[in-house]
Design a protein around this ligand. Structure first.
Ligand code: ZN
Length: 246
């Protein structure tokens, strides 16, 4: 992508995030208790939140392994735990059916963050190191929590074709997390493999940006920090347009 395109795309995204952040602040402080988000976010997918949580927990070790395991850095872990807690307990996210847990991945070179259905959220040590302000970290974690609330990953795997005539929705409909045989099924393993390679569409990324800015503002973090974090994420890993975003 040529530099001019990148700058204009980054500029328009920054403007979008700023406007959304201002709307989030106005919405939160102006009309406390007003909560347009959750109802509209519940997409009609024939997968229960319990199945989402279970499949996300089952996929989490494979995701961690992909990025060098979990970080042993106590400072980074405490910081991510604290900001994650704020983003869940101080916002509309606490009324969702999901169990949010944010993890730091040991990988110091990759600059990225990920979300699995049900609430497992990951950020690489490489990205945490580039986010000196908690507001920026709140922007990134809020974005990933937004993907979970909007069920982007769940929607994707529900539509995934596992085998001829077999979709992810059908596999998960038969999925019983309490049954070891069900967890070990080959189709579930395939699904998990797809989950950790999942890339979201520009529309899903824009929705996660809006939700991320709103959650960061509701949790009391500077919404501008969220915007700066998005810009960092935009350029850092050469993904450019984030059509193949995370
Ligand atoms: Zn994303």
């Amino acid at each position: 992508m040529d530099p001019h395109d990148r700058r204009s795309r980054a500029a328009s995204r920054l403007l979008t995030v700023l406007i959304m952040a201002l709307v989030a602040v106005a919405g939160y402080y102006g009309i406390r208790g007003y909560n347009p988000a959750l109802p509209a976010l519940v997409r009609p997918v024939r997968i229960t939140p319990q199945q989402e949580i279970a499949i996300g927990l089952q996929a989490a070790p494979a995701m961690a392994q992909r990025y060098g395991g979990l970080s042993a850095d106590p400072e980074a872990r405490q910081r991510v735990d604290r900001v994650c807690h704020d983003l869940v307990e101080k916002t509309e996210a606490r009324r969702s059916p999901y169990d949010f847990d944010c993890h730091v991945l040991a990988d110091t070179r990759t600059v990225d963050a990920f979300a699995l259905p049900g609430g497992q959220v990951f950020v690489t040590a490489g990205l945490v190191a580039r986010l000196p302000s908690d507001a920026g970290l709140a922007g990134v974690l809020g974005h990933e929590i937004g993907h979970v609330l909007a069920r982007h990953g769940t929607q994707r795997i529900a539509e995934t074709r596992i085998a001829p005539g077999l979709t992810g929705a059908a596999v998960l409909a038969a999925y019983d997390p309490a049954d070891a045989a069900s967890r070990r099924k080959a189709a579930i393993a395939t699904l998990i493999g797809r989950l950790i390679d999942l890339r979201f569409s520009p529309r899903e990324e824009a929705e996660a940006d809006r939700l991320g800015a709103r959650l960061a503002a509701q949790a009391g973090y500077d919404p501008l920090g969220a915007a700066q974090a998005m810009r960092l994420l935009e350029g850092a890993d050469g993904r450019g347009a984030r059509g193949g975003g995370t």
